[in-house]
Design a protein around this ligand. Structure first.
Ligand code: F6P
Length: 334
């Protein structure tokens, strides 16, 4: 499935640490398992850091054995727990974290998380010189430089399971439903889910739209019998409340839309086979890159090949939604 890197090993590693940070995503557990097993089987000790950077800055870590990651490949969430750690924005706090890593004899760190977590990883390695490799772990799939992130596929499938059920009611009652999916500032989940459920419309934060015009065209479609699926997929966007505002506008056009906010169910559950394989390949490759002397990189996927992306780019650049796919979704639904 994925082409793994074949690298010359130039760095000797005695011990590494691994942490999961930011919003959890299904597939973090297979990634932890991959890091632990790939490292231990090559003679490298692994310390699991609890609660992301919050645990790192107080030295909350334990050495893991290969058996500690038994029976987690199929589990959602993260064995190591996760946290959003605002304190890690402070260089003094990052310096404390580096000291803790040095004191424990740790000569490499793997960070599994989203863009905020990977930005922290970049700053830590820049300031301390400790080798750090990141893995893209977020349901949002909004990380620059990688086609896929760990957890995205599961989140999309979880959303689809819910939407397929909602559609039964939408069809039975010939009623419109607005279904809100996660993704914060990005519409990657909404785009994928919208295509896969045959949505009547997909609303993403990357595309400007006028609320009234959008609702008018929806209501119009329905009058002309064009709106067959009854499902509108709305990306949550940066400010809460968009889906309810849309519903209100639609009510003013004479519709009585149902609203369903899928919320955190998209973050949980058994990772799909695709996410498990992705996580395992990225984790194994992360150990390869560390052993080959790399640092300050994220390991990702580009055109089915494992790739590396400088963490600075991950921090500074964004990944646009695929507008062609959004156009295709509209073409196919009519
Ligand atoms: O980044 C993952 C994500 O699930 C986003 O899609 C969502 O906006 C956010 O996290 C929710 O965060 P929290 O669980 O902290 O409310």
């Amino acid at each position: 499935m994925y082409q793994l890197p074949q690298l010359e090993h130039t760095r000797t590693l005695n011990a590494i640490a691994v942490l999961t940070s930011g919003g959890d995503s299904p597939g973090m557990n297979p990634a932890i398992r991959g890091i632990v097993r790939a490292a231990i089987n090559q003679g490298i000790k692994v310390f699991g850091v609890n609660r992301g950077y919050s645990g790192l800055i107080i030295g909350d870590m334990v050495e893991l054995a290969a058996s500690d990651v038994t029976n987690i490949i199929q589990r959602g969430g993260t064995l190591l727990k996760s946290d959003r750690c605002d304190a890690f924005r402070d260089p003094v706090v990052r310096n404390q974290a580096a000291e803790i890593l040095r004191k424990n004899g740790i000569d490499g760190l793997v960070v599994i998380g989203g863009d905020g977590s990977l930005s922290g990883a970049h700053l830590l390695t820049q300031e301390s010189g400790i080798p750090v490799v990141g893995l893209p772990g977020t349901i949002d799939n909004d990380i620059y430089g990688t086609d896929d992130t760990i957890g995205f596929d599961t989140a999309v499938n979880t959303a689809l399971e819910g939407i397929d059920k909602i559609r039964d009611t939408a069809v039975s009652h010939e009623r419109l439903f607005l279904v809100e999916v996660m993704g914060r500032n990005s519409g990657h989940i909404a785009t994928q889910v919208g295509i896969a459920c045959g949505a009547e419309m997909i609303v993403v934060p990357e595309t400007e739209f006028k609320l009234e015009a959008l609702c008018f065209s929806l209501a119009n479609n329905r009058h002309e019998g064009k709106g067959s699926s009854g499902i509108i997929v709305v990306a949550e966007g940066p400010r809460p409340g968009l889906t309810y505002r849309l519903a209100q506008q639609l009510e003013e056009q004479g519709e009585s839309p149902g609203v369903c906010i899928l919320g955190h169910i998209q973050r949980g559950g058994t990772p799909t086979g695709r996410d498990r394989v992705l996580a395992s390949c990225l984790a194994t490759s992360a150990i390869e890159y560390l052993k080959a002397g790399y640092s300050d990189i994220m390991v990702g996927i580009s055109e089915s090949r494992i790739c590396t992306v400088p963490l600075r780019d991950v921090m500074e650049r964004t990944k646009p939604v695929n507008e062609q796919l959004l156009d295709m979704a509209m073409l196919l639904h009519k």
